[in-house]
Design a protein around this ligand. Structure first.
Ligand SMILES: Cc1cc2nc3c(=O)[nH]c(=O)nc-3n(C[C@H](O)[C@H](O)[C@H](O)COP(=O)(O)OP(=O)(O)OC[C@H]3O[C@@H](n4cnc5c(N)ncnc54)[C@H](O)[C@@H]3O)c2cc1C
Length: 460
């Protein structure tokens, strides 16, 4: 390890094990680990997600004996400065496949090259990098089941141990500096919705591995329990995967073929990243056009409804429980995400992008590909083949997936004194003091949603 110093530019790969870019840097000599707080990427992220990111950066720093260097600025400037300080000619990073990350990396690579420094990008945040799984004709897949089949046939390799690293250090900031840069571009329709981050969730590589080990114990029951939000059925790995505190290769290696349903969910994450890679505009625009744009409401009443939804005050207990879990924990169970998203699009007739923005603002696992395409799936503009006619009924979903009302009562205290099924149905203020009456009537709004869809497709 006598070579020149290499800079390992940490981004969404906040760990030391199963980290090919770190292995490559460490093999060449001493390594300076750097994390750059880039305001252009942090300002559209809500304070919740950034608080989790900052906690993950802090945990990484602690795991390498406080040697991580956190600096604020444009990456090309910070990296150029650091390279000068430690005499590095090479920067290594895990490749980013998101639209903003790719544009940034192209720009940074060009600027560094002009200063005689190489930027080398390795691996990805996926078992199989976006752009890898292709049809025989070299095209991206547009249907999940075919993608999954091709994805399963390729080998992501095994988890890799952390390499020995000679860490260098340099002057830097406290990771809390990230929080001050977050949430500066806040849409006006958020009105007075709260911004305070919820109670912190476990962060860092050790916490991610602990969550994985706990999940491996119950992985065999995943298929049977994952749809019941009151149960601890799912892995709770999403926020760790988002910041790269663990690599999906490590997760798949540990869980193996134990549960096909779980592996399929990891494949959904990879599929959505692939779809976004192929069509970056799908982060904002419908992936599958409905014909004419779907008519959505944007007036004062629509904004009031949006705020009632986001606060968990729609009068529909499962929707309200989910939205309050999001407020309280920065996370929401997948089944309930689908129900809440469907309610916003199909019963409130709001733009899916409003809901997606609020999710991204509050979710600690907020991820452009999974979130926007999760929303598009629900809105009927995404990768689902028979999409728009599926209108989740929030009362029936509650009766089916929270039959004892344990989830609803956990997050909606006004209903805690009621038994199931009473606590699962909309109730007026008299039955449950302080709990709102339903803001819309389900059947009438379902018909309205279908009529608007027919109109957009030119059938009316
Ligand atoms: C409207 C909507 C928005 C969503 N937004 C996000 C988001 O911003 N970030 C995010 O990570 N997931 C998102 N999801 C997917 C899913 O809800 C979460 O990944 C899951 O709830 C995380 O919990 P878990 O780690 O316990 O999941 P598990 O059930 O244990 O699944 C394991 C892993 O597979 C991946 N995964 C699971 N389900 C999906 C899915 N439907 N789509 C893509 N990946 C999946 C996640 O990385 C997850 O950690 C969204 C889903 C919907 C319907």
């Amino acid at each position: 390890m006598n070579g020149a110093a290499t800079i390992l530019w940490f981004r969404r790969d906040l760990r030391t094990s199963d980290h090919p870019a770190l292995e490559s840097a460490a093999a060449a000599g001493p390594v300076l680990g750097a994390f750059i707080a880039d305001e252009s990427l942090l300002s559209p992220a809500g304070p919740t997600r950034v608080a989790h990111l900052a906690a993950s950066v802090r945990a990484l720093d602690a795991s390498i004996d406080g040697r991580l260097v956190v600096r604020v600025g444009r990456p090309e400037d910070v990296l150029g400065g650091l390279a000068g300080e430690v005499g590095a000619r090479r920067v290594v990073a895990t490749a980013d496949f998101g639209p903003a990350g790719r544009a940034r990396d192209e720009r940074v690579a060009g600027e560094l090259r002009a200063r005689g420094i190489d930027l080398e990008l390795l691996d990805s945040a996926y078992a199989l990098a976006p752009g890898t799984v292709r049809t025989a004709a070299g095209q991206p897949y547009r249907v999940f089941s075919s993608y999954r089949r091709a994805w399963s046939a390729l080998d992501p390799g095994r988890a890799r141990p952390a390499p020995p690293v000679a860490w260098l250090g340099a002057r830097g900031e406290d990771p809390a500096v990230l929080c001050g840069l977050s949430g500066r571009s806040r849409p006006d329709y958020f009105a007075d919705l709260p911004d305070e981050p919820p109670a912190p969730s476990p962060a860092g590589e050790a916490a991610a591995h602990a969550a994985l080990e706990a999940f491996v114990e119950r992985a065999a029951r995943y298929g049977a329990t994952r749809d019941y939000p009151a149960q601890e059925g799912t892995s709770r790995l999403s926020a760790h995967l988002k910041v790269g505190a663990i690599h999906p290769r490590t997760v798949l290696d540990a869980v193996g073929g134990a549960d096909g349903a779980f592996v399929a969910e990891v494949a959904w994450r990879e599929f959505y990243a692939d779809v976004l890679f192929d069509d970056p505009a799908s982060a904002r625009a419908p992936w599958r056009g409905t014909g004419r744009p779907l008519r959505v409401d944007r007036d004062g009443r629509a904004r009031e409804r949006f705020v009632a939804w986001a606060r968990g005050r729609t009068g529909y207990p499962l929707v309200d429980a989910g939205m309050r879990q999001l407020l309280a924990e920065g996370w929401m169970h997948n089944r309930v995400r689908m129900v809440c998203a469907s309610f916003l699009v199909k019963h409130l007739h709001l733009d899916w992008r409003w809901g997606a923005r609020w999710f991204l603002w509050r979710l600690i696992d907020g991820d452009l590909a999974s979130n926007q395409h999760g929303w598009q799936w629900v809105a009927g503009t995404g990768t689902d083949a028979a999409p728009f006619f599926r209108v989740f009924n929030p009362v029936r979903q509650a009766e089916r997936f929270d039959p004892e009302g344990r989830y609803v009562r956990r997050y909606v205290p006004e209903l805690a004194h009621l038994e199931a099924p009473e606590c699962l149905r909309p109730v007026g203020g008299l039955l449950a003091p302080g709990y709102p009456a339903p803001i819309v009537e389900l059947e009438a709004e379902r018909r309205e949603a279908l009529a608007r869809h027919a109109e957009a497709r030119g059938n009316r």
